[in-house]
Write a new protein. Structure first.
Length: 377
């Protein structure tokens, strides 16, 4: 197969890489993390002005018309820069849900703001007991006097603190784990009955817990039939997350190789010791395998939903997760104590890779999912 990028794709990759390289220094990232917003409003504005916020959306929706490969190119470079901005959760995950289900003037107006980078979204689907199962929903929605009222609790809502709207899954009928009866609602996080408890994750980006007490929600899509759509777009987000992890792994390997070339012991660079060369080679081999699987995930992300698509996405997540954890651990071991110092960027890449391994399903979850899909095929 020909994996060469088209001219437009190469231009997109170069644009994002140059923007991150020239403006998103480690010191600037740390300043963003300490700010009240938790990420860079000015950097997000730059993404919007360059049209990068529109990349995941179709031309019919006013976007760039990008697909899984274009999302991969953007997320790889954002991963290399350890960017804190909620691009994946807002533009790819939540934006994909809204673009597919938008059916009214108000939905279209919100979508236009998201495409232009003027508003951010967040997906609130995880609950304390759900453990990656989208069908495990205790949050309830009831129709009262012509309006939907939501009651429940959502956890680890990435980018939820800065989101203009939340896309919340809630059960409108059936039992807790029934696949039927799950609906999706647009909720104003500043509205009555909504409370957010924001917190920083250990790797820098912020998330929040959302408490709903008879909060008003606007139905998005068909009543009771949101689960297939949620699963499909979580797959698209999973493919983009694999690309982000690969970008972070690339930098971890580059930093480790540079350290082995410059750190001296017994009068020679430690990179001359064969055992360390072997460990570096193992890291590069894991990176190559993870890169191949991220490319596979990007190529199938926008395909129609099928068992084969789900199998490949779970396989990609499993392999990328295992590779990321191995590279993070080996990079710290080869650096020694400096690898864990707060002032050194490698430590933050290692924490980011660990956190990515637990988002949208960890390796054990996707290994079980892959085995189940093989049995169903």
């Amino acid at each position: 197969m020909d994996f060469k990028l088209s001219e437009e794709q190469q231009m997109l990759k170069d644009t994002v890489a140059r923007l991150v390289r020239e403006t998103y220094t480690f010191e600037r990232r740390e300043a963003y993390a300490r700010s009240s917003l938790g990420h860079g409003a000015d950097f997000w504005q730059q993404l919007a002005e360059l049209g990068l916020c529109a990349v995941p959306f179709s031309e019919e929706r006013g976007g760039f018309g990008g697909g899984g490969v274009e999302n991969m190119l953007v997320m790889t470079e954002l991963g290399r820069g350890l960017c804190l901005e909620p691009y994946l959760s807002s533009q790819i995950h939540a934006g994909g849900l809204l673009a597919q289900l938008a059916d009214g003037a108000s939905h279209q107006a919100l979508l236009e703001q998201v495409v232009a980078g003027q508003a951010q979204l967040a997906v609130a689907c995880e609950e304390a007991q759900s453990h990656y199962c989208l069908e495990d929903v205790r949050t309830r929605a009831e129709l009262r006097e012509g309006a939907w009222r939501l009651t429940g609790r959502k956890v680890v809502v990435l980018g939820g603190g800065s989101a203009a709207c939340l896309l919340v899954s809630a059960r409108t009928q059936g039992g807790e784990r029934d696949e039927q009866g799950i609906s999706l609602f647009i909720v104003d996080p500043s509205g009555p009955g909504v409370r957010r408890r924001e917190h920083a994750n250990i790797d820098g980006p912020r998330a929040c817990e959302v408490l709903l007490e008879s909060a008003c929600g606007e139905l998005l899509g068909t009543l009771g039939e949101a689960l297939p759509v949620l699963r499909y777009h979580q797959g698209r987000a999973l493919a983009a997350q694999c690309a982000e992890a690969v970008g972070s792994m690339q930098v971890a390997c580059e930093l480790t190789l540079d350290y082995l070339k410059t750190r001296k012991q017994f009068g020679a660079p430690i990179g001359k010791f064969q055992v360390l060369q072997h460990r570096m080679a193992d890291m590069q081999a894991e990176l190559e395998m993870a890169t191949s699987m991220a490319i596979l995930a990007a190529c199938v992300a926008d395909q129609p939903d099928s068992l084969a698509r789900s199998q490949r996405l779970s396989a990609a997540k499993f392999i990328v997760t295992r590779a990321g954890r191995m590279i993070a651990e080996q990079a710290i071991q080869l650096h020694g104590g400096i690898g864990m110092t707060w002032e050194y960027v490698l430590a933050h890449h290692a924490k980011r890779l660990v956190m990515l391994s637990h988002q949208l399903g960890d390796d054990d979850h996707h290994l079980q999912a892959y085995a189940a899909l093989l049995s169903a095929a």
